[in-house]
Design a binder for this molecule. Structure first.
Ligand code: NI
Length: 138
């Protein structure tokens, strides 16, 4: 673990109460860990804004009976084969599929791929979960 630094922060009483409630409701055992994670979350947001190399997951829910949809989704992923690390496919029922695509690459490319996949006809829901390669979070 890196060296720890103690800091003191001035904060309004009401805001402090809200912070304490957030820490409690989020299940953190202490305030410091909550604030560390808050800073890390902000760092990840910045990496995405600055088009850094990032890691993310695209989750798609789609109807595989829609004509040519499975082929289109595969085609788009092949087009970005350098960014797509792995794909997991789950058959939800007779008709619906869930596909989780783990990706690593420039933030802008990843967003474009997520948008392209999500707007195909027959894709009912698409989410992009953003994360980091981790190097700047320790
Ligand atoms: Ni399926």
């Amino acid at each position: 673990m890196s060296d720890l630094v103690r800091l003191s922060v001035s904060i309004e009483k009401l805001l402090f109460k809200r912070l304490e409630r957030l820490v409690r409701n989020s299940g953190y055992s202490n305030r410091s860990e909550f604030i560390r994670d808050l800073v890390r979350r902000e760092l990840v947001e910045q990496q995405w804004e600055h088009n850094d190399e990032v890691v993310g997951t695209i989750t798609l829910i789609y109807d595989h009976e829609v004509r040519q949809l499975s082929g289109k989704l595969t085609h788009l992923q092949h087009h970005h084969h350098d960014a797509v690390l792995a794909t997991t496919h789950v058959h939800l029922d007779e008709r619906l599929c869930a596909e989780m695509v783990l990706i690593r690459g420039q933030a802008r490319t990843i967003r474009q791929l997520a948008d392209q996949l999500g707007r195909q006809k027959g894709v009912l829901h698409a989410t992009l979960s953003i994360s980091s390669t981790g190097a700047e979070l320790v």
